[in-house]
Unconditional design. Structure first.
Length: 160
């Protein structure tokens, strides 16, 4: 296993070290894959420890303003030490998977993810056709139309 110093392992929090890692990735991608997977495992372990600590009920006797800050720093250092000693195996699995994916050429990857059938293109503006209506339903919505008004002659003196 690679010896992982604290300065290299903490690069997930250090932007300058991330820039250095990008440069190393351009020169030797497999070495950068290993470092990146170790950093991810350290971050994963740190977040797991943080979540575990949040699930524990806190006592009023130990709780202090700076306690959380120091606890986070300790979790970070503990996670880095765990990764140095082999960790949980997440880094190894990630490294194997990324190296396997890197070995595939672009054409192989496209062939693996190609659809099994030829996709049919849909027209941008499909032809619109009126939908047929059921004649029984149409009768219920028909309006009565009158061509004129019926005027009744009123006799003089008659009340309407």
């Amino acid at each position: 296993m690679n010896d992982l110093s604290t300065s290299n392992a903490s690069t997930y929090l250090d932007f300058n070290a991330l820039t250095r890692l990008k440069g190393e990735a351009a020169q030797d991608p497999s070495k950068a894959i290993r470092k990146t997977s170790e950093q991810f495992e350290a971050y994963f372990i740190q977040q797991m420890m943080k979540t575990m600590r949040e699930s524990i009920e806190k006592s009023d006797l130990v709780e202090g303003g700076n306690m959380d800050t120091y606890q986070d720093l300790m979790d970070k250092e503990m996670s880095l030490e765990m990764v140095k000693r082999g960790g949980m195996g997440v880094a190894n699995m990630m490294e194997k998977q990324m190296l396997r994916a890197q070995e595939l050429s672009t054409q192989d990857a496209l062939r693996l993810h190609a659809p099994k059938t030829e996709a049919q293109a849909l027209p941008l503006h499909p032809a619109r056709q009126a939908l047929p209506l059921n004649p029984e339903v149409v009768k219920g919505y028909q309006l009565e139309r009158f061509n004129g008004f019926k005027l009744e002659q009123l006799t003089p003196g008659a009340k309407p």
